[in-house]
Design a protein around this ligand. Structure first.
Ligand code: ADP
Ligand code: MG
Length: 729
């Protein structure tokens, strides 16, 4: 039974009075755009209106850019609908399918629908597809736009609905054959905007968290009742801010310091970030206890995806954590960057949903004016590796001319093609190879699918590699406490698992420790491992193995019992792997990883603990790298077993390493680092050389020329030359 309270809530949303008009518009149009203020009820209500009015509709698919939004919304809607989650209303995100044969409304990430479209461009299962939060312009949403246009040609009866906040919609309509736009009339209230007097955004990077906390405290002590929403960029920041504000608020002398003491006697503080637990607290969506004020520290998710009622004050730090293509490594990095003016306006708007509000920007008006007008779509700033592979799988040869709403930079497309060639997923003419075809089986980063297939087909260690790949596909498994003493303890506990060959093997041993504990939560807590991440990794591993079985890809172990090791076990040794009776053929595991990660090969400086890319970066990005630019110095992350301070391996014995990704702090840190032997990768490195002669973007010579003429000013650095340069640095 649905409670009266929920029915009332639903009926009080701005969208409710337009219910019939919306349904009529959807009945009359197969391509339709619906826009409305954030919080008006698009995401939760429109799919339900459709459920209630199109009784024989089999399946409605609704995409969300964020995993956590897909889950939260499905949860809420199943509650509003009065059914169990996974029944009539469900969700599906990568590695977590919570739908059943009874499901008629499926919330999913745009990535999931993209994969489904790769397998079935007609999307036969669906009768209605809704692309929600289209204004976010994620990479996946943008690619879906192009694909859906084709689906519309193939299956004109499929209803396609694009939902968006009030931004940029003419562009969507132009793209979708000038289709009609339904505007949900909004009612918003004035928001008074306060800029900082003179703070330049560029100078705020190291202080904005503290300033945000101070501002929240200022509002709490000086402003009338009303809840506060603070925009920060990520989990660790948000956790820190919650603690700091809590500490500071405790020290207030309420009677004296808090102006509206009679109405707000206390603070209740909530975090919202990409992990689910925070969203599971229903209290975030409810009014705080009487006499208190709610403060929510949130990532960008609260900008348009999730609406928290009651917000009267917004604190905008001006920053966001954003995926950005890093030309020096050929990979995406998550960087904290200033937001756009459009984003700042959206953020401020969150304060005026139900009554007039106030926004406090930590940066000056001048800084606001210097911001980009709009956020650059993700497709124009991220690696297109997975996207290009999917498009190739769909038989789209000429990717540069694929119908994108905003085409990506041809250089990004070319770089993705090059990487796929280096992974041997594409042949010299840019056609998908059988290996590339097999890589599409797995919903993984193409580097990892390549490794998994190599471990099964070539190196006979896919049982172990599937575990490591699974860990690399979930959130961070290490917990890094803030408190110094605990941090030290966490590092000490972790050391037990460190392996001298590096982090791939270390991860395997951590997983085995977890398994031997009986997948125990307390064991994880004791060792400072993230239980949720490890249990998710177990789940992902099982799903990968299921896929392997289904597609006839062998699951083979390279483990063997070793008597000598059993013997050694008796002498109490410190490290976990030395205590274990089971031994693996580590060379095979690392060789399997090197089949992709030779692309991230780094060579050590002859005398120092600094590494340089061997060939990868400079070959991919020869068009982008200024010939005078110096090589990027890479350091081993302190989280790695191979970090010199851990004394697991002597730095002199570490000439060549491969790394998983690069994290930028004050230095460029290689994350997940392993030893590699040059002889394993020598053959592969020749592919770099071949890159100069291949024609990967199919038959499109004209475009090729354009790209070339743009980049004539830069020189190509050859791998061999690089090596020499490395030696003399
Ligand atoms: P839109 O998609 O137009 O931004 P939504 O459908 O997401 O709007 O939200 C409509 C209303 O439902 C908002 O007022 C929001 O506060 C409320 N709401 C959304 N999710 C939840 C939830 N999990 N719990 C309680 N209320 C929610
Ligand atoms: Mg929405």
């Amino acid at each position: 039974m649905v409670s009266q309270r929920i029915i009332k809530q639903r009926e009080s949303l701005p969208i409710f009075q337009f219910r019939k008009d919306i349904i009529d518009a959807i009945k009359n149009q197969n391509l339709l755009i619906i826009i409305g203020e954030t919080g008006s009820g698009k995401t939760t209500q429109i799919p339900q209106y459709i459920l209630e009015s199109f009784e024989d509709c089999r399946l409605i698919g609704v995409t969300q850019p964020r995993r956590i939004a897909a889950i939260t919304v499905a949860n809420r809607v199943s509650e509003e609908h009065g059914t169990r989650l996974g029944d009539e209303v469900g969700y599906c995100i990568r590695f977590d399918d919570c739908t059943s044969s009874r499901t008629r409304l499926k919330y999913m990430t745009d990535g999931v629908l993209l994969r489904e479209a790769t397998l079935d461009p007609r999307l036969e299962h669906y009768e209605i597809i809704i692309i929600d939060e289209a204004h976010e312009r994620t990479l996946e949403t943008d690619v879906l736009f192009g694909l859906l246009k084709e689906t519309h040609r193939l299956r004109p009866e499929l209803k396609i609905l694009i939902m968006s906040a009030t931004l940029n919609v003419e562009k969507f309509s132009d793209f979708f054959n000038e289709c009609p736009i339904f505007v949900i009339p909004g009612r918003t209230y004035d928001v008074a905007i306060n800029h900082h007097r003179d703070a330049k955004i560029s100078s705020l990077k190291s202080t904005y968290v503290q300033r945000a906390v101070d501002t929240a405290l200022y509002i709490h002590t000086q402003e009338p009742p009303g809840d506060i929403l603070v925009f920060l960029t990520g989990q660790s920041e948000i956790e820190r801010a919650c603690l700091d504000l809590d500490d500071q608020a405790r020290e207030l002398n309420y009677r004296k310091d808090v102006k509206y003491y009679n109405e707000v006697k206390d603070l209740v503080i909530y975090p919202i970030h990409a992990t689910l637990e925070t969203m599971e607290q229903k209290a975030i969506f409810e009014d705080p206890p009487k006499g208190t004020r709610k403060v929510v520290f949130a990532t960008n998710i609260a900008q348009t995806s999730v609406t928290i009622p009651g917000i009267k004050y917004v604190v905008d730090t001006g920053f966001v954590k954003q995926k950005s293509y890093d030309p020096s490594t050929g990979m995406d990095a998550l960087l904290v960057v200033p937001i756009s003016q459009a984003a700042a306006t959206q953020r401020a708007g969150r304060a005026g949903r139900t009554a007039p509000g106030k926004a406090f920007r930590l940066y000056s008006r001048e800084s606001f004016e210097q911001m980009e007008i709009e956020t650059v779509p993700e497709i124009q700033r991220s690696s297109l590796l997975g996207t290009v592979l999917s498009l190739k799988k769909m038989g789209i040869r000429d990717i540069i001319h694929f119908e994108f709403i905003d085409p990506p930079d041809p250089i990004l497309v070319k770089n993705a093609l090059k990487q796929l060639f280096l992974l041997e997923a594409l042949d010299e003419n840019g056609n998908l190879t059988p290996l590339g075809d097999e890589m599409c089986i797995f919903p993984l980063n193409p580097f990892l699918s390549r490794v998994l297939i190599a471990s099964a087909r070539q190196f006979e260690c896919s049982r172990e590699v599937s575990t490591i790949v699974a860990i690399l596909s979930v959130e961070e498994i290490f917990i890094t406490p803030r408190n110094g003493e605990k941090l030290f303890e966490a590092y000490e506990r972790r050391k037990e698992f460190y392996h001298h060959l590096g982090d791939y093997v270390t991860l395997l041993y951590i997983f085995e420790g977890y398994r031997d504990s009986g997948y125990d939560r307390d064991w994880c807590r004791d060792k400072y491992f993230n239980y949720r991440a490890l249990s998710m990794a177990k789940n992902v591993r099982d799903q990968l193995r299921e896929l392997m079985e289904k597609h006839g890809i062998p699951i083979i172990s390279c483990g063997q019992r070793d008597d000598e090791d059993v013997h050694r076990k008796k002498r109490s040794k410190k490290s976990y792997y030395e205590k274990k009776a089971k031994k693996y053929d580590f060379a095979k595991i690392l060789e399997a990883f090197s089949s992709s990660y030779y692309i991230h090969l780094a060579k050590r400086h002859p005398h120092r603990a600094v590494f340089y890319h061997y060939a990868s970066a400079n070959v991919y990005t020869s068009e982008m790298v200024d010939s005078n630019s110096s090589l990027l110095a890479l350091h081993i992350s302190p989280m790695s077993a191979l970090h010199p301070d851990n004394k697991i391996v002597k730095i002199d014995n570490l000439d060549w390493v491969m790394y998983h990704s690069v994290l930028y702090t004050s230095k460029a840190l290689m994350k997940v680092v392993s030893k590699v032997k040059l002889e394993w990768v020598e053959e592969k490195l020749k592919l770099f050389k071949k890159l100069e002669t291949v024609n990967l973007d199919g038959d499109d010579k004209r475009k090729e020329k354009e790209v070339k003429s743009d980049s004539n000013k830069n020189t190509v650095v050859e791998p061999n030359k690089l090596e020499q340069e490395n030696d003399v640095i």
